[in-house]
Design a protein around this ligand. Structure first.
Ligand SMILES: Nc1ncnc2c1ncn2[C@@H]1O[C@H](COP(=O)(O)OP(=O)(O)O)[C@@H](O)[C@H]1O
Ligand SMILES: [Mg+2]
Length: 238
């Protein structure tokens, strides 16, 4: 069964339409990349799935349940969590306080302590800096904190909006290694990325969005084909 299914999703802002009929599905232990030029609606797509924007039409299902139009906090409790663009951690709060906020989205509170231990085992740096203000962490550490906070709600589906933004190349690779562990732990992952080659080679499948629609679906093998990648990204004749 697909954990996440998006059918014919149309979304936008007021009278402005941004996405026209996006469809895909994602199973347990799988990853999906989403790439496309700036401003095509990648963040809009993630926000619509996560309930921050109500779609104009189409259906989003999580574990077989229709979640279209539900509130973001209800969608988190049902098992879908978004790591937003720019991370949006609370910089004035400590690392631990930020993590505790992640627990509020958890349905099963009895396992909170174990879950905290698990994310600290996955990202040991958060233990080292537990009492420090989150704003004092490096960009890579803040991204690890943002991912951990999202994991604490026990998502079956994790959406990440440009996790590599502002990170040094070696730190980006570290973050993607951790994502592999998260996927191996049966969480399905959707990654929006500017770095098309990076995500296309990482994810099981990568969709290319242009003009509000899916223009191509690439396998990880396609990532080696620079020409195919460029053509899918910028359009024919690029
Ligand atoms: N809050 C908003 N209100 C109105 N238009 C918006 C808003 N957020 C984004 N947009 C517009 O929607 C389009 C898609 O934006 P976005 O989803 O952020 O693109 P991407 O993440 O692919 O760069 C852009 O044209 C952008 O200007
Ligand atoms: Mg964006």
């Amino acid at each position: 069964m697909s954990l996440l299914k998006v059918e014919n999703l149309c979304s936008g802002y007021g009278k402005v339409d941004v996405l026209f009929g996006i469809s895909f599905s994602l199973s347990e232990g799988k990853s999906l990349g989403i790439v496309g030029p700036n401003g095509v609606g990648k963040s809009t797509l993630l926000k619509t799935i996560a309930g921050e924007i109500v779609p104009k039409s189409g259906v989003v299902s999580l574990l077989g349940e229709d979640i279209t139009g539900k509130k973001p906090e209800d969608i988190v409790r049902l098992g879908l969590s978004l790591v937003p663009e720019g991370r949006q951690i609370f910089s004035g709060l400590s690392v631990t306080e930020n993590l505790l906020l992640g627990l509020t989205g958890r349905k099963d509170k009895s396992s909170s302590k174990i879950a905290l231990e698990q994310v600290k085992a996955l990202f040991p740096v958060l233990n080292t800096h537990a009492k420090h203000q989150a704003g004092m962490l490096s960009g890579g550490q803040q991204q690890q904190l943002a991912i951990s906070r999202a994991l604490l709600s026990a998502p079956r589906v994790l959406l990440l909006d440009e996790p590599s933004l502002g990170l040094a190349p070696n730190v980006i690779l570290d973050v993607f290694e951790k994502l592999k562990e998260i996927i191996a732990n049966k969480t399905a992952v959707v990654i929006v990325e500017q770095r098309a080659h990076l995500v296309a080679s990482f994810a099981d499948q990568t969709i290319v969005i242009r003009d509000g629609q899916i223009q191509a679906t690439l396998s990880s093998a396609d990532a080696k084909n620079q020409e195919l990648l460029r053509g899918a990204y910028f359009g024919p004749g690029s």
